[in-house]
Structure formats: C-alpha cells, structure tokens
Design a protein. Structure first.
Length: 254
C-alpha cells in the first residue's frame, strides 16, 4: 500500500466521471433509504467501494451508507444547481488544497498537501489530486495556474492519451473527389515514330546504350533490324501518295 491511515473520511482517488455518472443515475429515480451494493451491481468491486467511500467523503451518506438529507437535495437539482452545490463541497472538503490554490501554489505543493492532510503517498496521492482537479473544474472553480490542466474524460490528466484523428465521411449521395491521375512519365531514350496507312502510329523507343549493345550481338542485330524496318516504312510513307499496295508493305516487313 502507498497510503497511511488518516483520521476522518478521506477523499476519493477514483475516476471523477464514475461518481458523477452515478449521481446522475440517482437523480433519475426516487432515492432509497440506504445506498447498498445492490444499486452498484453493474460496477466492479473496486468501483463499488470507491463510490461508497466518495459518498461518505462528501457527506451524502452516513458510515452505514444511510442516505443523508444533503444527497436528497443534491439529486433534485438541475445541472447548474449541481455544479453550484459541488462548488460548496469542494471549498468545505478540500480546505488545504484550496488554500494552496489561492496562493498560486505548484503541482508539488498540491501533491504534498494530500500527503499531509490525508496520509496519501505515491500513486494514490496523484490520483486523489487528479480527482480534486476534475471536481473543482466541474464546479467552475478557478485554480492555481501552476496546477496541472485537466480535460473532460474518465479522470486522466491532460495529455495522457494520444488524440485520434477522425476521417470525415462525405455527405450522403456525394462521392469523394478522386485524386488526380498521375501524369505519365515522358519516355527516355532514342525514339522513332512512323505513321501507319490505316491511321495511328508506331513508336520504337531504344533506351539501351550503344556500348552495351556492342557487347551483345543478338540484341544488337534484333534492335538494328527493328530500326531498319521502321526507317524503310517511314521512307515509303513519306514518298507515297497513299497508294502503297499490300504487296509493297509486306515486302518491307517480310
């Protein structure tokens, strides 16, 4: 254990949202004479004990969990009324911490006060301080600028979780704009293009170096043959008025 026994009720060191949500549940129905564990059946054993301890700390129930008039009045308030009542509770239940806040105290002084006032140390001290910060800010109380900044959530200090990036969906019936097609890369190397009689063109691209071809006879003869045939066809096309015979073209590509 990282806490020592201190006299009197000790402050919660649980998630503030857990107790705040439970108080909202109590507001939805008439209160029973006692808050027992049957009303907390949906919660873990740890949360059950923490909630009952928090209710005792705020003087909402007696030691045997009998409902006090203060809880009856609290659950009957609207949201604004609950925050105002919470303001009074923070001022009365955390006098040492509020005194440090008014002096613009630091985070260390705040943590030390939980050890001095309630006997908390280590992780329990940090959790109790975090609960206090969430409770005070829910109540609209301005705190020391040197205290840690909290955010809405299950009671964790700000910055303890990475932010998630949400991708927006397009409106119904509206398709997302497609990304522009990539520009085709320009061909590199020597090129030779001839126009066909039937329309269209044939292009030969040679992107191999002459020195590399000189070392490979088969490749050299193959490429040179293609170049010769296209050159011959191009000369025929340039000198012709469009009356080339199939026999003449077949002779070039035989």
């Amino acid at each position: 254990m990282d806490e020592t026994k201190a006299p009197g009720p000790r402050p919660p060191y649980m998630s503030f949202q857990t107790i705040w949500a439970f108080l909202a549940e109590l507001s939805a129905k008439p209160l029973p004479p006692q808050i027992d564990r049957s009303m907390l059946a949906s919660k873990s054993g740890t949360d059950q004990a923490a909630i009952l301890s928090a209710l005792r700390f705020f003087d909402f129930v007696e030691e045997d969990n009998t409902v006090q008039a203060s809880l009856q009045g609290f659950v009957g308030l609207d949201e604004a009324g609950k925050r105002a009542a919470l303001n009074d509770l923070v001022l009365s239940r955390y006098p040492d911490q509020m005194a440090i806040s008014r002096q613009n105290g630091t985070e260390k002084l705040l943590l030390d006060s939980f050890e001095e006032s309630f006997g908390f140390t280590g992780e329990t001290r940090r959790k109790a301080a975090t609960f206090f910060l969430h409770t005070a800010r829910m109540a609209g109380i301005a705190l020391s600028p040197h205290f840690p900044v909290t955010r809405s959530g299950p009671g964790a200090p700000a910055g303890s979780r990475a932010k998630r990036t949400t991708r927006r969906k397009p409106p119904v019936g509206r398709q997302p704009t497609p990304a522009p097609a990539a520009e085709p890369k320009a061909a590199s190397g020597d090129t030779y293009t001839v126009r066909l009689q039937a329309g269209g063109t044939v292009t030969l691209i040679v992107n191999v170096g002459h020195f590399a071809l000189s070392k490979h006879k088969t490749d050299r003869e193959f490429v040179q043959g293609l170049m010769d045939k296209l050159t011959e066809y191009g000369e025929v096309e340039e000198s012709s008025d469009g009356g080339d015979t199939p026999e003449g073209l077949a002779k070039i590509f035989k």
